[in-house]
Design a binder for this molecule. Structure first.
Ligand code: GLC
Length: 804
């Protein structure tokens, strides 16, 4: 029988005739009120709150009937508390709330909200007043914000979207999804990062729409003059983040949502994964394969088959009879063991994790109080409610045995959450939501983040002062505080290499710098060329892990024979050589909020053509990379930002601000180093802690203008850096036609064990007659055929002068 919704609704209803609110727009603001750093404006019914967060960040909230929801956010754990100067002014036309850097205008005629900088340039403005629509089914509102979209405005961010880097013209959705073998333009994927950056007429600003419900973004897609974002519930709450540079926006976004903690150094090495390496002997064979082939590797992963019937926190006694011994032996051979954990807990009264979770009511329930049950790898499962702090503590504690066995890292998978058949949980599943309660509609996008948070916090407690390593598939804004991420189940295709290259840059500007793809492609079979090109790109992914599905052929760096093995080794060795550089870039991220991968637009946002460049990017600040993304390519064009660059392999100097033609034989890829850089290098090791570092190589590139470089050093595996035990070194390089100077200064409390630097000078335009270090002439200098010069000196030098 078909029930007529309308009639049914009105039957015996005393309020007959009252229609749900279809679309309601803010009216005319008639009143302004201040409470501390908050201003309230109302049209008599609805209210808008404007909060001064910092001088560059202003938050807007809308309450349809002037009742704001409780202030709580998983993304922003705490608003910055530093005092900011601000004021409110009023004219006939508008109310204006201003800080030193930004003005927020509330137009009296129609409640339009806009933002301008201190030069009076309007950077963002409403195209319609904020609005909402009632949903009688769930009780609450769809909430909308529509802003103008300028003719040449570009948009970046939103996490892991598999589409062009510039989001102009796209309509996209945030709803964490298990998207096995996704394709170009498929949306949504695994993560929801409701943060975007606009660049218009050379000025950047960001919008962080902190709403965990299913959310939508339209960047001039439906109407090229409008940009909209809206959500299927919750509060219309967004942060306007001022630039003017994209880098400022990203740094400010990190002030709100945090950065990645420093990883243990080994986590930046090469990692080998597969679904699955088992039994134990297979794991040992793979580990030995690395040592025999002399290919460096620090991490080996155990996928679901290490468990007993896929029960989390158990071991399969047949395949892994003595995990402690295996993990110990692997550790002695330089491998850290990382194990997978899924949220689905098998319904089985003889399984202690299930029993305890059931007794303590830790599993999610439906609205009518039935448990949320669904099938995943173990069969019928129930799922912990990770939005409950007590459940998170319990979950964190479950890792004690694994930590005791020597497990060094935990891979958090299937946490969108994924459920076979239905995709995910039904909407009516209830969540504790840290005491603020919610249905799955509200908790879905944060479920995975809260799972990996529970894992990370548990590991952190149990590993004492050691840095835990975690990786997650799903996440929400702020997940970077707890984990690295990988881009999920990609495919062994050239198209996916390209998707991955864009995804990593996008994640990086969306707060998630510690990211990587499944090198080689998860499903399908790469040939040797594709695998090698992927290893090359992966060498410059902040997280470097090869992974493959169970039904594929062997996929280790030596599986494709020559010439691939040699080339793969060369690049993985390069990864290890550049570790101190990556580690320093990581520090710049952790401490100062810089992303690790920086797309071209981040360097030169004023030029609109750069908004569409998406192949090349810089790795940290000094090294430019352009992966080769097509088969059989013997050369390609690469854009270099303005300034001077050195071709990494030939040392040829190239003028930037243009596209250059670069040869790309399989054993190289386009890599350029900024003139004036000091690139630190470690000796190649088979794993990060194989030998103590006896000397650090400094590759110094001549420049005729001043350039600064950084080197960060600390213990590499403890949290001593939180007590300021680290060393930040700064190098300043400058040169003329007849001289070159390198200055070093340092700050911090850490003393590295090595004594000296091995210095290599590249690109010197003259033949040196003298090299003077801290007043002493250096006599032992090797001169190489490529006109580079090498010598050794103390790590504590203050100044080196090279004279013609
Ligand atoms: C999911 C993961 C994949 C893993 C597999 C088995 O598909 O994304 O990485 O190997 O599950 O655990």
């Amino acid at each position: 029988m078909i029930v007529d919704d309308e009639e049914f609704h009105h039957l015996n209803n005393p309020a007959d005739g009252i229609k749900p609110i279809v679309k309601k727009y803010l009216g005319v603001p008639n009143h302004a009120e201040q409470k501390g750093n908050k201003f309230f404006f109302t049209d008599g019914d609805a209210s808008v709150e404007v909060t001064i967060v910092t001088k560059e960040i202003i938050r807007i909230r809308l309450a349809p009937h002037s009742v704001f929801l409780d202030e709580f956010s998983y993304a922003v754990s705490e608003l910055p508390t530093k005092a900011v100067a601000f004021n409110l002014s009023e004219t006939d036309l508008e109310f204006k709330v201003s800080t030193e850097a930004v003005n927020c205008h509330i137009r009296k005629q129609d409640f339009f909200i806009s933002f301008s900088d201190n030069n009076g340039v309007i950077t963002s403005s409403d195209a319609t007043p904020m609005h909402w629509e009632e949903n009688v089914k769930f009780g609450g509102y769809y909430v909308f914000c529509t802003k103008t979209c300028a003719p040449e405005e570009s948009f970046f961010g939103l996490g892991d979207k598999a589409t062009e880097f510039n989001l102009r013209g796209k309509r996209l959705k945030n709803w964490n999804t298990d998207a096995y073998s996704y394709g170009w333009n498929q949306d949504p994927l695994y993560r929801s990062i409701p943060f975007y950056i606009s660049v218009n007429e050379g000025i950047a600003h960001g919008i962080f729409f902190d709403n965990t419900f299913k959310a939508h973004f339209d960047f001039g897609g439906e109407d090229q003059t409008k940009t909209s974002f809206w959500a299927d519930g919750g509060e219309l709450q967004y942060y306007y983040i001022h630039g003017p540079h994209m880098m400022d926006v990203v740094k400010n976004y990190h002030i709100l949502t945090g950065t990645h903690p420093m990883p243990p150094l080994w986590a930046l090495g090469y990692h080998q994964c597969r679904w699955s390496y088992y039994p134990e002997n297979k794991v040992r064979v793979i580990a030995n394969g690395f040592r025999q082939n002399k290919i460096p590797c620090d991490g080996i992963y155990l996928d679901i088959d290490y468990m007993d019937g896929y029960r989390c926190f158990t071991w399969n006694p047949k395949y892994f009879p003595n995990p402690r011994k295996m993990i110990e032996d692997l550790a002695a051979n330089g491998f850290k063991t990382v194990v997978i954990i899924d949220p689905g807990i098998r319904v089985d009264d003889n399984y202690s994790v299930f029993k305890e979770g059931k007794e303590k009511r830790y599993f999610c329930r439906r609205s009518d109080d039935y448990f949320m049950e669904g099938h995943v790898w173990p069969g019928r499962c129930q799922f912990p409610d990770f939005t409950n702090p007590e459940v998170r503590t319990w979950w964190g504690g479950l890792f004690d045995e694994l930590v005791d066995l020597g497990v060094a890292g935990v891979w958090n998978d299937m946490n969108e959450p994924a459920v076979f058949g239905s995709g995910t949980f039904p909407d009516d599943v209830r969540h504790q939501y840290d005491g603020f309660r919610g249905s799955h509609r509200k908790a879905h996008n944060v479920y995975g983040m809260q799972m990996v948070r529970a894992t990370y916090e548990g590991l952190r407690k149990q590993m004492k002062n050691k840095r835990p390593f975690t990786i997650t598939r799903a996440g929400y804004a702020g997940v970077q505080r707890y984990s690295s991420v990988w881009t999920g189940d990609n495919v062994a295709s050239w198209e996916h290499l390209k998707i991955g290259n864009v995804q990593l840059q996008r994640l990086s500007v969306s707060g998630i710098s510690f990211c990587g793809t499944d090198i080689g492609g998860f499903s399908g079979e790469p040939d040797g060329e594709l695998f090698t090109r992927w290893i090359q790109m992966g060498t410059f992914s902040p997280f470097m892990r090869a992974h493959s599905a169970g039904d594929t052929k062997e996929r280790e760096p030596w599986s494709f024979g020559e010439p691939f093995t040699t080339i793969n080794r060369k690049f993985i060795e390069l990864r290890y050589r550049l570790l101190p550089y990556l580690y320093s870039a990581f520090w710049e991220h952790h401490r100062y909020g810089f992303p690790i991968l920086r797309p071209i637009v981040m360097h030169e946002q004023e030029t609109v053509a750069n908004h569409f460049r998406q192949d090349e990017f810089t790795y940290g600040d000094k090294i430019l990379i352009c992966p080769v993304l097509e088969p059989g390519k013997t050369s390609r064009m690469v854009y270099l930002p303005k300034g001077k660059w050195y071709h990494f392999w030939s040392l040829e100097m190239v003028e930037g601000g243009q596209e250059v033609h670069v040869a790309t034989p399989l054993d190289t890829m386009p890599i350029f180093v900024k003139a004036g850089s000091v690139i630190p290098e470690y000796p190649v090791m088979q794993y990060t802690s194989e030998k103590p570092i006896e000397e650090v190589k400094l590759n110094i590139y001549y420049s005729d203008y001043e350039v600064n470089s950084f080197l960060f050093e600390d213990y590499g595996e403890t949290f001593a850096y939180e007590q300021d035990i680290y060393l930040e070194k700064k190098f300043i390089v400058n040169g003329t036609a007849k001289t070159m100077s390198i200055k070093q200064s340092m700050e911090g409390l850490y003393t590295p064990r090595y004594e000296g630097y091995h210095i290599k000078i590249n690109g010197l335009p003259f033949k040196p007659s003298k090299i003077i270090a801290d007043g002493k002439e250096i006599k032992e200098v090797s001169v190489n055929p490529d006109k580079t010069y090498e010598f050794k000196f103390s790590k504590n030098f203050k100044q080196i002068e090279i004279l013609k």
